[in-house]
Design a protein around this ligand. Structure first.
Ligand code: CA
Length: 206
C-alpha cells in the first residue's frame, strides 16, 4: 500500500509541449504582418506565395555587407536542460530565386539573463538548388546549456556575397520538453507504469 501511495503522489505530466507557443506563426495577424515577432534588416510579409492563409514572411539580403542577414525572431523563457524544437516551412520562388551562396536558416540562440549569447544551433533550409515554389519543412532542435534563460527562435536569410533572391517562411512552431528522469518509459507522463519499470530495473540489479 505504501508503494502505491508513492506512485500516485508522483503522477504528473513530464512533457511541456504546451509551453512556448509561437505568436502569429503564419504571419496572418492584424491583416498580415510581424505582430509578436521582432525583425531585423530586410523583413516583409507578402502574398506572392503562402503555405497557409494569405501571407508569408519574405526576407532578402541588404546588399550592403558580406554575410548580411535579415529575418525575424521570438524569445521564450527557459531553464538549462530543457529540450527545444523549432520547425518552419521555407520556400523560394521562380520570380525571385536564391542565387549562389544565399541560404535560408532556422536557428536557436541560447541567451543568458542579461541577453548575451551563449551559443546557437543552426539548420540550413532553402538554397539556390531547392525546388522553386515548393514549401519544405525544416527542424532545429537541442538542449539548453548551462546559464540559459532565454531560447530565441530565429528564421532568416544569410546573404554571404551580395547575391539576389528571397527566402519565404510560413507556419513556424517552437516547443519545449523538460527532460524528466522519473519518466522511465519515455511516454511524457510520470505514472505507475514508470514505477513498475523502476521496480523491475531495481530487482534485476546490475
Ligand atoms: Ca501564412
Amino acid at each position: 500500500m505504501k508503494k502505491q501511495l508513492m506512485a500516485v503522489a508522483a503522477l504528473g505530466v513530464c512533457a511541456g509541449a504546451a509551453f512556448g507557443q509561437v505568436a502569429n506563426p503564419s504571419f496572418e495577424d492584424n491583416g498580415g504582418g510581424f505582430s509578436g515577432w521582432s525583425t531585423f534588416e530586410q523583413a516583409f510579409v507578402d502574398t506572392t506565395i503562402a503555405r497557409t492563409g494569405t501571407f508569408a514572411a519574405k526576407f532578402f539580403g541588404n546588399f550592403s555587407q558580406q554575410y548580411a542577414a535579415s529575418g525575424a525572431y521570438q524569445d521564450f523563457p527557459t531553464t538549462p536542460g530543457t529540450t527545444w524544437t523549432g520547425t518552419g516551412w521555407f520556400a523560394h520562388t521562380a520570380g525571385d530565386p536564391l542565387v549562389g551562396q544565399n541560404i535560408g536558416l532556422i536557428n536557436i540562440e541560447w541567451r543568458r539573463a542579461d541577453g548575451t549569447l551563449i551559443s546557437y544551433l543552426t539548420t540550413t533550409t532553402v538554397t539556390s538548388t531547392s525546388a522553386l515554389d515548393t514549401w519544405q519543412q525544416y527542424t532545429v532542435s537541442g538542449v539548453a546549456p548551462a546559464e540559459t534563460a532565454t531560447a530565441r527562435l530565429v528564421v532568416l536569410i544569410l546573404q554571404p556575397n551580395f547575391e539576389g533572391g528571397s527566402v519565404w517562411v510560413d507556419d513556424v512552431a517552437f516547443s519545449s520538453q523538460v527532460n524528466c528522469s522519473a519518466d522511465f518509459n519515455n511516454d511524457g507522463v510520470v505514472d505507475f507504469f514508470d514505477y513498475l519499470d523502476f521496480v523491475a530495473a531495481f530487482s534485476s540489479g546490475c
